[in-house]
Ligand binder design. Structure first.
Ligand code: PHE
Length: 334
């Protein structure tokens, strides 16, 4: 009897067969119940042994049923996943690049085409690299412009307020000719609103060689604005930065075709897009570069601002909230 059960159990292929097996051996009118019914006819001295054997059989049959049931289930599961190719596929969601990365990569591509490399530096800076080397000595009033987050004072350790600090590090460690852009995250202690945030991103550029002129600067920026925005008209307005002399603010002519153009340019058609200037000889000296032999230009722009213009984003806070409904709109972009 036990052998029959084993053999039948072994050949069980489906749920139906398993159920038939269960009824045959464990059901009300099953083989095992027949044995139990037989119990009363067994001589007393054999009752103990008989009972034990029947119980062993019953347990074995129950274990077998459970075991086969499990095997059948996992077999069916496997069939579901691998066997039935007409089943709809599992949804597979592809992520998208963050708009700040998209714009940053565009800027890197445009400048790498004209020989600029990419340099990076620490977000936590010392006073020298963020201020002093950049012609902003202690007590210089222009330090107030930068709304600095200090981590430690005396000696000062701070969150960099611009990526000009990377340019200082680059000049300290490399000899001219230098053509480098420094993208990165910067920090300023400003009130958070739709238009400004205490964290944002910049790309700054530095070009140092012999006999560099202001015209070189202007043509480089014109090339950039054409590539980046498809706009071919720029103007430079005199401005002030401690590390450049002369300094200028760069506006691009955005146009006045749509209502948005009117709004973002305040009706002038012009948009301020970056700061720039000829590197102050003091800065070169501070960074170990011979200012009698070399000169150059620098420029700096905000990545969020560019992304807002390119994608029509009206609130800078959206960049940092990681709301998927915002982020997934950039799937089509590179
Ligand atoms: N570092 C300046 C800023 O953060 C930008 C700038 C860079 C201006 C280089 C001129 C030259 O605002």
């Amino acid at each position: 009897k036990e052998y029959t059960a084993e053999a039948e159990a072994f050949s069980t292929q489906s749920k139906e067969e398993l159920e038939a097996f269960r009824i045959k051996f464990l059901g009300k009118k099953g083989v095992l119940n027949d044995f139990f019914a037989e119990f009363k006819n067994v001589p007393n001295e054999q009752k103990k042994e008989f009972g034990q054997v029947v119980n062993i059989l019953k347990n074995a049959a129950q274990d077998k049923v459970a075991q086969i049931q499990e095997a059948l289930e996992s077999k069916e599961e496997a069939k579901g996943v691998y066997g039935d190719l007409t089943r709809p596929g599992e949804p597979f969601t592809v992520g998208s690049r963050h708009p700040i990365s998209i714009v940053k990569n565009q800027v890197i591509d445009i400048f790498s085409n004209i020989g600029f490399n990419v340099s990076e530096g620490p977000e936590i800076e010392d006073d020298w690299h963020n201020f002093t080397a950049l012609n902003l000595p202690e007590y210089h009033p222009a330090r107030d412009m930068q709304d600095t987050f200090f981590i430690q004072t005396n000696p000062d350790v701070l969150l960099r307020t611009h990526t000009s600090s990377v340019q200082v590090r680059y000049m300290e460690n490399n000899k001219p000719p230098i053509r480098t852009i420094s993208p990165g995250r910067v920090f300023r202690n400003e009130a958070i609103s739709a238009r400004s945030h205490c964290i944002f991103h910049q790309v700054e550029g530095l070009y140092i060689d012999e006999g560099v002129s202001f015209a070189d600067l202007k043509q480089t920026l014109l090339y950039f604005t054409k590539e980046m925005f498809g706009k071919s008209k720029i103007r430079l307005r005199p401005s002030y930065f401690p590390f450049t002399e002369p300094s200028a603010e760069v506006d691009i002519y955005w146009g006045l075709k749509t209502e948005t153009d009117y709004r973002i340019t305040k009706g002038t058609g012009w948009l301020e897009i970056m700061g720039c200037g000829m590197v102050d000889p003091n800065v070169l000296k501070n960074c170990g570069i011979d200012d009698t032999k070399y000169n150059g230009f620098a420029f700096g722009m905000g990545i969020e601002r560019m992304a807002m213009l390119l994608y029509g984003i009206s609130d800078i806070r959206m960049f940092y909230e990681n709301d998927v409904r915002f982020l997934e709109q950039f799937k089509a972009s590179i």
